[in-house]
Design a protein around this ligand. Structure first.
Ligand code: HEM
Ligand SMILES: *[C@@H]1O[C@H](CO)[C@@H](O)[C@H](O)[C@H]1NC(C)=O
Ligand SMILES: *[C@@H]1O[C@H](CO)[C@@H](O)[C@H](O)[C@H]1NC(C)=O
Ligand SMILES: *[C@@H]1O[C@H](CO)[C@@H](O)[C@H](O)[C@H]1NC(C)=O
Length: 323
């Protein structure tokens, strides 16, 4: 792609987003929440994300995922980041998170730098929201406006994480209701699943799909069986997007059209029919800009799930423990 044309295009697109979405009001959150209290925050966060992703491309995916796993469990309140205490078990130990989530050290690094520059101001929940946007953009996605002003919880719930996070073994109707329970639509489900255009997954998660599912491309399943035997090697990794694993593009949806979704829950979004969900998947393959725009929209909606605001919660000084 001619890079200057691409750059101009992206710039216009960003301006378009600012004009059309800059004034939407989401609960008590606002884009300029820290503009006087910690004006450097966005730059500090972005530079640490950029260097973390430069060190390891996969880190972009790992960082994006944290905001999702925070928001879906009792709201976007930073509860995900708390380590276990005598009073609760950390969400990091919940089944969908254990040996799976990554990037906590990057969040710690951001938090300690922010505490140095403006102590007690920027919440851990908001750090995750900004990091998710920056990580997406670094890997080629389109920016969105991040609404801010979330406060941090003082507690966490591993059992809520087990129940509230969607499972990769679920069918479409279960996924739709998991999202509905969080105030999100089937359209949000399809757009947000597009985050699986980056990152990796473990054999233990995709094994049953490659050995037992029938709606999978045979050559694709065969190649995955080489790295994921019927037993053992549970932690062997495969890319979620077999085409462009480190680029935030719409290849994920093209893979679904070819029955190359790696998770059962990915392929559940496309069955070759003419339903509304199939239609949206096809639309995103034909128009990747509509995906990038919808993705940002849906991230804003996801980021608005039950935030703590006002005098609720606190601003943690260490994301791993309540003050
Ligand atoms: C629709 C329901 C979803 C299910 C069932 C699901 C499930 C999963 C699973 C099982 C993995 C691999 C974990 C492992 O093997 O250790 C994964 C990875 C990932 N998920 Fe999802 N996910 C969903 C939605 C989302 C959403 C909404 C986002 C972000 C907005 C997201 C972002 C990611 C990313 C970026 C990775 C790769 C992480 C890495 O490489 O470290 N997922 N997801
Ligand atoms: C556990 O909860 C009790 C009662 O709310 C509180 O006094 C105590 O400080 C908590 N312990 C820890 C380790 O957070
Ligand atoms: C989807 O999965 C749920 C839970 O396992 C099950 O009750 C339901 O019948 C399934 N729906 C379809 C359409 O297969
Ligand atoms: C495939 O399905 C069968 C029958 O449900 C089950 O016993 C077996 O463990 C599954 N295999 C894998 C690799 O998940």
């Amino acid at each position: 792609m001619a890079s200057s044309t691409y750059f101009m295009f992206k710039l216009c697109f960003t301006i378009f987003l600012l004009i059309h979405y800059g004034h939407q009001v989401y609960a008590q959150l606002s884009p300029d929440f820290y503009s006087t209290s910690c004006p450097k925050a966005p730059f500090i966060i972005k530079s640490i994300v950029i260097s973390a992703v430069a060190t390891e491309l996969r880190m972009g995916a790992s960082l994006l995922r944290l905001h999702f796993h925070d928001c879906f469990v009792n709201g976007c309140d930073g509860s995900l980041l708390l380590d276990s205490t005598a009073n609760f078990t950390s969400e990091k130990l919940a089944k969908p998170n254990l040996n799976s989530l990554r990037g906590f050290e990057v969040v710690d690094k951001i938090k300690s730098e922010l505490e140095r520059v403006c102590p007690g101001v920027v919440s851990c929940a908001d750090i995750l929201a900004i990091v998710a946007r920056d990580a997406t953009v670094v890997l080629g996605g389109a920016p969105w406006i991040v609404y801010l002003g979330r406060r941090d919880s003082t507690t966490a719930s591993a059992s809520a994480a087990d129940v509230q996070l969607p499972s990769p073994f679920s069918n479409l109707s279960t996924l739709i209701s998991d999202f509905k329970n969080k105030g999100l639509t089937p359209k949000d489900l399809v757009a947000l699943s597009g985050s699986h255009t980056i990152g990796m997954t473990r054999c233990t998660v995709y094994r049953s799909r490659i050995y037992n599912d029938t709606n999978i491309n045979k050559g694709y399943a065969a190649s995955l069986k080489k790295i994921c035997p019927i037993s053992g090697d549970d932690s062997n990794l495969a890319p979620l997007d077999t085409t462009t694993p480190n680029i935030f593009d719409s290849a994920y949806y093209t893979n679904l059209l070819n029955f190359k979704g790696i998770l059962h829950s990915d392929q559940a979004l496309f069955n070759g029919g003419n339903g509304l969900i199939d239609y949206q998947v096809k639309a995103y393959t034909a128009n990747s800009l509509s995906f990038l725009k919808d993705f940002g929209d849906s991230m804003i909606r996801m980021g608005n799930i039950s935030p703590l605001t006002g005098s609720n919660g606190e601003i943690r000084s260490n994301c791993r423990k309540a003050n």
